[in-house]
Design a protein around this ligand. Structure first.
Ligand code: HEM
Ligand code: NAG
Ligand code: NAG
Ligand code: NAG
Ligand code: NAG
Ligand code: NAG
Length: 329
């Protein structure tokens, strides 16, 4: 008797070991909502298509918000949570660098439509992941699979932003330590940075390359003149912003990498990818070969969407994307 129960336990342990080792904490699937919310894909696609036509900055804004979400606490919609009297949320850290309102709006629109169609089923984290992919394809970028089943996290803390999100004054080494923490290689970091082929940055993010003692001689001089003019009142008017890709700003392509080689990289951190010996070969590769960029970007985005995803044990499906279901958390 004793032996047999010992054996049972022994076999149980053996049976558990491989699943502990191989399965990620939460496994996502492509058709997670097939039965529970059959119109999920359609609703997301239609909503983002309408919104992107009305507001062409939506795609870039949403991509950036998705990136920030995944690098803080994993892709769990923590970035969408609003500050309340008990908690200052991620998105209100001063480093949120004015995360674009269009991205929050698109998630709200989709959530509203989904709550009518299949209430309480689809997580905000999945909405953000799927809408980002759809928006990237609308502006000309590569298609990739989005696996689903993420749950929304229980925490969103402004003080965790610093040190976990790269900033324009980072060196390649600084940036890499953040990407490495999230499981990315140097090459994947360069591919993901290609996201700067769309969208814009505020003058404050690159003004030190234009004015004063640290003006950057490696910035193309005609480009620098245009930026100086655009940003001449940036200390007063903080809304002034420039396209990250001045040549084809609305199109998802490999122009960002071509720009870097011609002194048309906007942020110091963009230009650093070209100056650094470790990252330059990848900049060259993607500047010469858009297919290679698209393939690597797509794969890296799939990987980005898996960072720190939450399951039923450590997450929920929020009723409203900017509030935890329970108050006071
Ligand atoms: C590699 C390190 C990175 C740094 C230092 C960085 C920094 C920045 C900064 C400073 C801005 C301007 C924000 C503003 O002024 O409003 C920006 C915008 C943006 N970033 Fe990054 N970023 C990095 C990586 C990424 C990645 C990996 C993605 C996505 C895959 C991404 C997507 C974007 C997009 C789409 C915008 C434009 C947002 C808009 O138009 O609203 N960035 N980034
Ligand atoms: C970003 O943070 C600032 C400062 O805390 C806040 O005023 C602003 O509303 C925040 N932006 C977003 C989009 O939440
Ligand atoms: C780097 O940039 C961030 C965000 O713009 C800013 O808060 C920080 O003070 C800067 N650090 C240095 C050393 O300039
Ligand atoms: C800042 O510049 C924008 C764009 O040119 C303009 O719409 C806005 O009125 C300006 N704001 C102030 C306070 O000057
Ligand atoms: C980069 O490579 C060049 C030429 O191979 C070399 O002269 C330079 O010192 C290197 N720079 C760094 C930062 O490693
Ligand atoms: C561009 O990259 C793709 C994908 O890696 C590869 O199949 C193709 O041969 C490359 N094209 C050139 C001209 O090198």
């Amino acid at each position: 008797m004793l032996t047999s129960s010992f054996l049972n336990v022994f076999f149980l342990v053996l049976a558990l070991v491989p699943s502990i080792l191989s399965a990620p904490a939460t496994s996502l699937t492509k058709d997670y909502y097939q039965k529970s919310c059959p119109d999920f894909s359609k609703i997301v696609r239609e909503t983002v298509t309408t919104k992107q036509a009305q507001q062409p900055t939506t795609a870039a804004g949403t991509l950036r918000v998705f990136f920030h979400d995944c690098f803080l606490e994993g892709c769990d919609a923590s970035v969408l949570v609003a500050t309340n009297s008990f908690n200052k949320a991620e998105r209100d850290d001063e480093l949120n660098e004015s995360l674009p309102g269009d991205a929050f709006d698109i998630v709200t629109r989709i959530k509203t439509a989904l709550e009518l169609s299949c209430p309480g089923v689809v997580s905000c984290a999945d909405i953000l992941a799927q809408s980002t992919r759809d928006l990237i394809t609308i502006v000309g970028g590569p298609f990739y699979e989005v696996k689903l089943g993420r749950k929304d996290g229980f925490e969103s803390k402004a003080h965790k932003v610093r040190g976990n999100i790269p900033t324009a004054n980072h060196t390649v080494h600084d940036m890499m330590s953040i990407f490495k923490k999230n499981g990315f290689t140097l090459k994947e970091m360069v591919a993901l940075s290609g996201g700067h082929t769309v969208g814009f940055a505020h003058c404050i993010e690159f003004s030190n390359r234009l004015f004063g003692p640290r003006a950057d001689p490696e910035l193309d001089s005609r480009y620098a003149d245009r930026l100086k003019d655009l940003c001449k009142h940036y200390t007063v008017n903080k809304t002034m912003a420039a396209f990250l890709d001045p040549i084809t700003p609305g199109k998802f392509d490999n122009m960002y990498f071509k720009n870097l080689k011609r002194g048309l990289g906007l942020l110091a951190s963009d230009h650093a990818l070209f100056k650094d010996n470790g990252t330059r070969p990848f900049v060259d590769l993607y500047a010469d070969n858009q297919t290679a960029f698209f393939e690597d970007f797509a794969r890296a985005m799939e990987k980005l969407g898996m960072v720190g995803v939450k399951g039923d044990k450590d997450g929920e499906v929020r009723r409203k994307c900017d509030h935890f279901n329970k108050l006071n958390v």
